[in-house]
Design a protein around this ligand. Structure first.
Ligand code: A2P
Length: 336
């Protein structure tokens, strides 16, 4: 069977990659529909070397769409995803609009694929990019050793904030190298040659929403509300690829060697862990443009008897967003 597939937000950083990955993985597409705002309607996007005209989401009739991949922000999802679902489409939503609803599954394809089968509202939520890559690496360790607590600091690239954020890093870098002002627009302060410990809104508990996504989503995806997560989320001047310094505490002691051996045979993970210069993953040398979640710097915590440290790097636009969304579409297509 072949499917009519709509990509909502097709002109964006994630939407463009969704189209590329659908083509790359030869998803059984009968008809591809590219949707965005009125601003870009009439232009075109690339799908496997062929041009597809962009249509205006606001005036599009979703009847006949089998699978809709949404990545146009939370408010667009809130308004249009239920309309697509009511018209019979399975919606795979990359925004945070439905992630915490009990009747919407939140699925990482390597971790809890069976959850995608139960979707009473016709919507499957795609997790936040930072949670996604962290759990591809940590879920196998949780199953074997029982994770009690996760300390995580993220180093998140600007592409996670969309095309305008990629442009801002480029523009500020050029400006500063030419002795001009950075002129922050998309980010609250200068991002070029800087770090910003602030992603998404501040909440009453002093954490940002991006940080709390790591808490809420980890518990929902692993189906374990007892896991403690202590996150700090930081934006860094990297174009593609998020990195995470992760320290876990487990119920059963796990040695670095056992963790390495387990991760080497875990789906979606690639271990890069030679204890020498360059023997670790970075966004530029490994993650950018590639599918795996790379894990390196695996070592036992010298301050805790059952602690393990890991460095986890992945392309936030691919596994963190578009790739997982397409993998979920593959599960749906396979009858899951
Ligand atoms: P457009 O290009 O027409 O603005 P990014 O995250 O890279 O900024 O991309 C956001 C995506 O979401 C773009 O494809 C953008 O389309 C789309 N989008 C934003 N607002 C709307 C809207 N109100 N209706 C439809 N698409 C939207």
């Amino acid at each position: 069977r072949r499917f009519t597939v709509a990509v909502v937000g097709a002109t964006g950083a994630v939407g463009e990659t969704m189209l590329n990955i659908l083509a790359e993985r030869q998803f059984p597409v009968d008809r591809i529909i590219a949707l965005a705002s009125e601003r870009s309607a009439g232009g075109d996007v690339d799908f496997g070397g062929r041009k597809v005209e962009v249509q205006d989401l606001a005036t599009f009739d979703p009847a006949g769409v089998d699978i809709a991949l949404f990545s146009a922000g939370g408010s667009v999802s809130k308004e249009y995803a239920p309309k697509f679902a009511a018209a019979g489409a399975v919606v795979i939503d990359n925004s945070s609009a439905f992630r915490y609803d009990d009747d919407v599954p939140l699925v990482v394809s390597e971790v809890n694929p069976e959850a995608a089968k139960n979707r009473p509202r016709g919507i499957i939520a795609n997790p936040n990019c930072s949670t996604m890559q962290m759990l591809v690496a940590l879920a196998p360790l949780h199953r074997e050793y029982g994770i009690e607590r996760i300390n995580v600091a993220t180093y998140q690239s600007v592409s996670g904030a969309g095309r305008s954020a990629l442009e801002e890093l480029g523009r500020q870098t050029g400006a500063l190298l030419n002795f001009q002002d950075a002129d922050p627009q998309r980010f609250p302060v200068q991002i070029a040659f800087n770090l910003i410990p602030h992603i998404d809104d501040f909440l009453d508990n002093g954490f940002t929403k991006e940080e709390m996504k790591l808490v809420w989503e980890t518990r929902k995806i692993l189906g374990d509300d007892s896991i403690q997560v202590n996150p700090t989320a930081v934006r860094v001047p990297v174009f593609y690829g998020h990195s995470e310094a992760v320290a876990i505490e487990t119920k059963k002691k796990v040695t670095a060697e056992a963790a390495r051996e387990l991760l080497e045979r875990s789906p979606g993970v690639e271990v890069v862990d030679d204890r020498k210069a360059g023997g670790y993953p970075t966004p530029v040398t490994h993650a950018s443009g590639n599918d795996p979640v790379y894990v390196g710097r695996i070592r036992e915590d010298i301050s805790h008897p059952r602690g393990l440290n890991l460095w986890i790097v992945s392309d936030n636009i691919r596994k963190g967003a578009a790739l997982n969304a397409v993998q979920l579409a593959e599960l749906v297509a396979a009858g899951g």
